[in-house]
Design a protein. Sequence first.
Length: 697
Amino acid sequence: MPPIGRRTVLKLAAGGAALAALPVLSSRALGATAPADTPMTARDGLLSLQFDRAMRTRLSYGKEVLTPFQASEALLLKGGGAIEAFAFKGEDTQAVDDPRHGTGRRQVFSGVSAQGIEKQVAVTFFDASPGLAVVQVRYRNVGQTAVELAGWRALGHELGEKPGGFWSYSGTTHEDRRDWVQRLDEGFDQRNTLGMDAEDYGGGTPVANIWRRDIGLAVGHVEPLPHSLDLPVRRTAKGASIAVEQPIELVFAPGQELTTQRLFLSVHTGDHFAPLVLYRGFMAAEGISAPEAPSSAFEPTWCAWGYERDFTVAQILATLPKVREVGFKWAVLDDGWQTNEGDWRIDRRKFPRGDADMRAFVAQVRAQGLRPRLWLAPLAADPGSDVLHEHSDMLLLDKNGAFQKVSWWNALTQCPAYQPTIDYYVALVKKAIGDWGFEGIKLDGQHLNAVAPCYNPAHHHASPTDSCQGLPEFWNAIHRAAHEANPEAVVELCPCGTAFAFHNLPATDQFPASDPLSSWQVRSKGKSIKALMGSGSSYAGDHVELSDGRADFASSVGIGAVISSKFTWPRDTDSPIEPLPAGGYVLTAEKEALSKKWVALYQEHMLPKGEYRGELYDIGFDAPEAHAIAKDGAMYYAFYAPHWSGQLELRGLGTGRYRVRDVFNGSDLGTVDAASNRLAAGFEGFLLLQAVPEATA
């Protein structure tokens, strides 16, 4: 990120305290100090933070002490080192009654370093969010000498080693599209920046998590807009560490103040699902939550991308009867219908009569009993496009006046916080839905997740970060336009290979696995997204051809994800962008039979509309990997392993006995109950079970 100057830091000091009634008190307002050997404690019923006389902290969960005293909040110095020791001065406790989060308690702890830097740490616990501490730190230079800073660190804690090691969840984007959920092997060191990892890769959900078999720590920020922070996770000699950091270049002058964003710390059991649910609940009170997805957002989807950009309309129309026959309900017209990215004009080589042919195409999709969806890649302007030359004012520019590129299309990024850009794409979406008649929009491209700071002088931004923080409102404008044109429209946001950007959530009717690299990513992303979006939302497993073996419907169906395919029929495209995989994407008789079976099972059980019970199994430590869904009085279980033979534990059962059925093979496996919930089974790849109360079986 760019260096932060004095004006920006002062803005942070004023704007970082957005939580209602969050005073960071002067030292005169703080209460009397405790005896020298008494740690000062902020706690709720689950989590406690204790401060020693140097204002280091240790964490406890219930009565269990988790960490020694550690320098969790510090100023990082230019050239290395840190200001970590602050002689404790005082403490103040206040009752809180916040209009969004309700009642709670806030404690403010204060100390001064040998360099003359005063530190005040405000810790707030809300009754409605047990186990979650909201932490904000303010520094003030009360000395006589300027200090050259390289950044700050907060919530820096190290959990000690225990048998089994550690797992981690990272909500941040990496250009190599690595797993969000990973084992922390020796040498693991991941910076996890919420800024730009590359020109067109960045952003994500501002949460990082490490967990052992018995306990875990999650940290992040709870600001209502995106912020460019780092959430570093490391494997250490003694265990694993986590923190929130912000790199800055600042000469911290006497009298100057620096305030962090509102941060959070959570301690939990189980995997990353629980802290993400807790985070989701807190942010919902901030006004950021998923919309209730239209019922059509749960219908299985076929996408024409199997034919890639050089498709012909005849190819797609000839495939639609087979799409209907297999059981898919959506048909997506993907990349290639347009002249270029940017102008978004209809390609007359494919649709000679322009608008009239596009309307006719939509009518033919509907005539097959299918729903039409249109692919778009907003904010990208190709070289040679008219919009790039006629509206160059829309471009996002860095501080040197250079462009931000979108690598896949060799395009340039437009600024989402510039009103003409917003108006341009709102008009396009209204035309696609209101005029051409599409019932959904697929918004695609890794550049959609986050953008760099914008310095284009034509935009008159109050701050270069207006572009970063204005992106969610850009998507909200698109979502509003789509639903004004058709209240039941589905807006799918697919930022290829990036981590899910939580602040874009209110504008998302459906989020796909977004170009998964494996079935593990389909499932682990699914668990993460279901925690962040909650019930009533739609997560899609993306094209089944992107899963292991290009046919793993089980990884989507078992976790309650919408299924989709990009099969071709009766033959593949003749001009693929990249060489086709062995066998191509053509729907053979064998693939057709398998697809029909999975689509029928999906439609029969419709697990995306159930309650995903992510708290029941630990995706890192439980073997085999397990997922559970409650629906219509039954419990569904999905188990995954290359090979398995042994006992399976069916958790979450209610009272009474349940009859267990193998969903895919249609066989009866006996009965269980909550007290005797183990089942002997063997499987290859997957096992999907339905447990139905015997009274209703």
